[in-house]
Design a protein around this ligand. Structure first.
Ligand SMILES: [Zn+2]
Length: 606
């Protein structure tokens, strides 16, 4: 199961997408259903849908606690009633291998406590099951005490069979979880799951007990109409896209997620489009296994479009369909090629162009720290006034994109660089007093592969361990600085997180771990930044070396900021989570970076 949000350095709130749309477009989609769904379902359902299978299921969470052993989907063949049924297939029975569906109902209104309910589950199984299928109901109190209300192994049956039982929900239950599991090898199908009061016409309290397929199946059924005029391409670094089907002259149905290649555990699509200049093109993007409620992506500005691969703007003519399985968006393209992405991307090609655009700037130079695991360059910038001797300047080291998807951190860091390289008198002062080293992209391999998140495991838990080449290169750079008596004055590791508001978090080390002066200065710096930037800025001060980060205990030495502070002697060190605000433009992030750099100047007293 995917957590709500990415694995940033803090625990994330469950994040709901506001559905932004125009009435016309919503109406258009409803009309589309009306026109398309009825004839297709009437005539094509038997012939066309037999092979259709949808990863995940609206109204259910897919539980795969033993990855690779089980698969859970909705299928449209052999159902008991309706169009779809739930299917779990297992290919392994070692180590308690299992997979299932979970309906999680919270709060007193979804399922009022202190009552007796009826649970009904229809199921059938393959002839062979190495272990068993089961149905479980658990309740949780407000303080997370759980109680099993029902736990039942299901008798194997190749015919649809109905299991029914009464369930007493205790007075103090504030959450009910119904799980349907398959343990071991075999297949089980579920349909018509009901949880409701015991009266005859009581409504089903489950959102999709019938395992109906997501509404985007309308487009799965739509006939392909290739025109050849418009070409979608993904032959570039950072691209990611699943199946593509053209269903009209200027209309495409797309899967966000590539099927049979390494893919991000978080929503990421990015593709190019040739031949679209002067045309308004409509895309219906099937988000499986993600959805409107669970994009697990960065920010809620989805999607964005660009004519040059560097400058990105949001597409506002968009709407989610009713069950949040499909995002329809429209855009009139002015140039060819153009690019479409789920969120502001930050690509290796962008870094190359950033460097090329500043070759004439006397305060800028670029180099490489060495090669990544896949032999890409790990690039860095040096920004300073070279006419001032190094010995008269102090050192900053800023890094971004240890976590591929957290591009808002990279945008802010680029904003800092743009300011430092500008004609502004404040920027000149900073260049005279400091040498700023920047590693704009810590994980070029993962980013090139389509924001795969950390193919080598979480980079920001492996500092000092010698397990990640990219980390080792930056460690060596920091140690070299120290041996030249160029110890780092401020280290900052920029991340991003998907808060819908402009809320940034500065994480740093308390006096228990550093010293009174370092804590005071760290907080004074974040206070100075707070005054200058738009939106909220909070501090998290770590007071123990083993601290909760992303809701699990982490040895802070193994994070970049901890390693830099305690093993490379950086005076101040921060991990920073930049917000992912849907109303924030690319330029807004650059401006935020500029305000940040101005705050650093103020912090040093000029
Ligand atoms: Zn992160």
């Amino acid at each position: 199961m995917l957590k709500a949000g990415r694995n940033c350095e803090i625990s994330l709130p469950l994040w709901h997408h506001p559905v932004s749309s125009t009435n016309v477009l919503v109406l258009g989609i409803r009309m589309h259903y009306f026109l398309v769904i009825i004839p297709l379902l009437a005539f094509n359902i038997d012939a066309t849908t037999a092979t259709l299978e949808f990863e995940g299921a609206p109204g259910w969470q897919v539980m795969l606690p033993t990855p690779g052993t089980h698969r859970a989907s909705i299928v449209m063949e052999g159902t008991r009633r309706g169009i779809g049924c739930g299917k779990i297939t297992g290919v392994c029975d070692e180590n308690n291998a299992r997979g299932g569906f979970l309906a999680d109902r919270r709060g007193g209104t979804a399922i009022p406590p202190g009552k007796t309910y009826r649970l009904t589950v229809a199921y059938r199984t393959s002839a062979e099951l190495s272990r068993h299928a089961s149905v479980n109901v658990q309740s949780y109190t407000r303080d997370r005490k759980s109680q099993s209300l029902l736990g039942q192994k299901l008798t194997p049956s190749q015919e649809w069979t109905v299991f029914s039982n009464l369930v007493q929900v205790p007075e103090d239950a504030e959450r009910i979880r119904i799980t349907l599991y398959l343990y071991g090898k075999g297949t089980v199908w579920f349909d018509d799951v009901f949880f409701g009061e015991t009266t005859d016409d009581a409504p089903n309290l489950l959102r999709n007990g019938g395992f109906e397929p997501p509404l985007c199946h309308v487009y799965d059924l739509a006939p392909e109409r290739p025109s050849g005029n418009i070409k979608l391409f993904t032959d570039f670094e950072n691209a990611a896209l699943g199946k593509v089907k053209q269903i009209g002259p200027d209309e495409f149905y797309l899967y966000a997620t590539p099927e049979k290649e390494p893919r991000s555990p978080f929503l990421w699509f990015h593709y190019g489009l040739a031949g679209g200049a002067g045309r308004e093109i409509t895309f219906h993007m099937n988000m499986a296994p993600f959805s409107a409620e669970q994009t697990s992506g960065n920010g809620n500005r989805i999607p964005v479009v660009s004519d040059d691969g560097d400058t990105w703007t949001g597409i506002d003519d968009k709407a989610w369909n009713e069950d949040g399985s499909c995002l329809t968006f429209k855009h009139r393209f002015t140039r060819s090629p153009a690019w479409v992405c789920s969120f502001f991307p930050f690509t290796p090609a962008h870094v190359t162009r950033f460097i090329a655009g500043r070759e004439e700037n006397p305060y800028f130079s670029a180099g490489t720290l060495g090669k990544t695991r896949e032999e890409r360059d790990l690039r860095y910038y040096t920004i300073t006034d070279p006419s001032i001797p190094e010995a008269d300047k102090r050192t900053f080291l800023f890094i971004a994109l240890q976590h591929d998807l957290e591009t808002t951190g990279a945008l802010v860091l680029e904003g800092i660089c743009r300011y430092l390289l500008s004609e502004d008198p404040g920027a000149a002062k900073l260049r005279q007093s400091f040498v700023t080293y920047v590693v704009p992209m810590m994980n070029p391999d993962g980013i090139a592969g389509g924001n795969l998140y950390c193919p080598v495991g979480n980079m920001n838990r492996q500092w000092g361990l010698g397990t990640v080449p990219e980390v080792e290169l930056v460690e060596r750079f920091a140690r070299d600085l120290a041996t030249r008596d160029r110890k780092i004055e401020i280290f900052m590791d920029f991340h991003g997180w998907c808060t819908p508001t402009r809320s940034t978090i500065f994480m740093t080390f308390g006096k228990e771990l550093t010293d009174e002066g370092a804590e005071k200065d760290s907080l004074r710096l974040s206070n100075t930044v707070r005054k200058r930037v738009k939106g909220k800025l909070n501090d998290t001060v770590w007071r123990q070396m083993d601290s909760y980060v992303t809701s699990s205990m982490t040895d802070l030495h193994r994070m970049a900021s901890g390693w830099m502070r305690f093993e490379a002697g950086a005076r101040l060190a921060f991990t920073i989570e930049i917000f992912g605000d849907g109303n924030c433009s690319q330029d807004d992030y650059y401006d935020w970076g500029r305000a940040f750099a101005e705050a650093i100047l103020e912090f040093y007293g000029s």
